[in-house]
Ligand binder design. Structure first.
Ligand code: ADP
Ligand code: MG
Length: 257
């Protein structure tokens, strides 16, 4: 079955003398969970920044459902269906849990400041509808987070912050969701819960795909359908974890065996 939601072709970026991402070609199929691993500084986060339009490639292309999105601004790429979380949390700590989800949804609604000024009644109704939808979404991801929807995001423990970031990314109704080291700062129990969340989301949202950068071997060995290994900006392996873990290049670069 070949139905790629995302494809990169020879994607590259240079920072001065450093080629941080070097001709990376990969695909994420519809409904697939793709894992990306590689040593620190290999270029994994930079690759995500290229896909999400935060960085502009010096070479290559990014295709979403076969259409080139390279060079488009980040907000348009979110609108087209690629959501993400960041390696370091980007929640609005002074806003409530629910408001953080509403902000994620906002990329899908068109309630602007101007409209709120000109048509306060209509904007208010939209906001109420958004709050209701955000609440339902949150409840589906985590009853526990929903129960704390009025809590300030800054007061949440680490695992719940991660969960909220995923809920916020999902609120934009993405086709593909990219997570940058989602288990960092989590213990084994929280990491298991994270994997459960991802599995449940793929079951409940038919067709959604994940691209997950990870270093936690328990997660990498069991959650992704396929794993891509990046080293010095280059893709050095692409396949089932059980197969790629035996490759000498991969062991040397990463697994340290
Ligand atoms: P990873 O996520 O795999 O740990 P990164 O993608 O963060 O690695 O970084 C890859 C390389 O690119 C590193 O050497 C990093 O210092 C460099 N890099 C990342 N972003 C920039 C930037 N904006 N300017 C210069 N160098 C950068
Ligand atoms: Mg990184």
């Amino acid at each position: 079955m070949n139905d790629p939601v995302l494809e990169t072709r020879d994607l590259s970026i240079r920072f001065g003398g450093l080629v941080a991402v070097d001709k990376v070609s990969l695909t994420v199929q519809r409904s697939e969970i793709l894992g990306i691993i590689g040593p620190n500084g290999a270029g994994k986060s930079t690759l995500l920044n290229l896909i999400s339009g935060i960085y502009q490639a010096t070479e290559g292309d990014v295709l979403l459902e076969g259409q080139s999105i390279a060079g488009q601004p980040a907000h348009r790429i979110v609108k087209k269906g690629i959501a993400r979380t960041f390696q370091s949390s980007r929640l609005f700590n002074d806003l409530t849990v629910l408001d953080n989800v509403i902000i994620g949804m906002h990329t899908r609604t068109d309630t602007g400041v101007l409209e709120a000024l000109l048509m306060p009644g209509r904007a208010k109704r939209k906001l109420e509808a958004a709050a209701e939808k955000a609440g339902a979404l949150l409840n589906a991801i985590s009853k526990d987070l929903y129960a704390r929807r009025g809590t300030l995001a800054g007061a949440l423990p680490q695992a719940d912050r991660r969960r909220l970031e995923i809920a916020r990314a999902l609120a934009s109704e993405p086709k593909l969701i990219m997570l940058d080291e989602p288990s960092s700062g989590m213990d084994d129990r929280d990491t298991d819960a994270l994997m459960e969340d991802v599995r449940r989301i793929t079951q409940e949202r038919a067709g959604i795909s994940f691209l997950i950068i990870e270093h936690d071997m328990r997660l990498v060995s069991s959650l992704p359908d396929r794993v891509v290994v990046i080293d010095y900006g280059r893709k050095i392996a692409d396949g089932q974890f059980a197969d790629i873990r035996r490759m000498p290049d991969v062991q040397e670069a990463y697994l340290g065996q």
